[in-house]
Design a protein around this ligand. Structure first.
Ligand SMILES: [Cu+2]
Length: 130
């Protein structure tokens, strides 16, 4: 799957995400770029997941952490290659009172749920809300 799945959660959620490393011959990690994650759950190069192994990353999303992030591998010497081969994706943390439930973030642009929109709905002209 390329890129990786979009992960959506809310402030206050506890998430547990299993990374199953099925990359042939390469260890890897998942780093939660920019997110307020404990160091031992943040997939740094010194904490690799071996070939064929599974690793559960578990952390809570604190109040005030709402935003658009991304996750990517962070193995020593192989980060860029694994990213351009597709091991990266968006991670959206929503505020509990998110005012835009009919819209989902998808890779920096809006994607609308057609059933939730009026027939005259249009895509916004800017990718990011002000
Ligand atoms: Cu990063």
């Amino acid at each position: 799957m390329s890129p990786g799945p979009v992960i959506e959660a809310y402030e206050g959620d506890r998430v547990e995400i299993t990374f199953a490393n099925r990359i042939e011959g390469e260890q890897s990690t998942i780093h939660w770029h920019g997110m307020p994650v404990p160091a031992d759950q943040d997939g740094n190069p010194m904490d690799p997941v071996a070939v064929g192994a599974d690793r559960v990353y578990a952390f809570e999303l604190p109040e005030g952490s709402a935003g658009s992030y991304w996750y990517h591998p962070h193995p020593h010497g192989k980060t860029a290659e694994q990213v351009y081969r597709g091991l990266a994706g968006a991670f959206v943390v929503k505020a509990k009172d998110d005012p835009v439930p009919a819209r989902l973030w998808r890779h920096g642009a809006y994607v609308h749920r057609p059933s939730a929109l009026p027939t005259d709905a249009r895509c916004p002209t800017t990718a990011w809300p002000t």
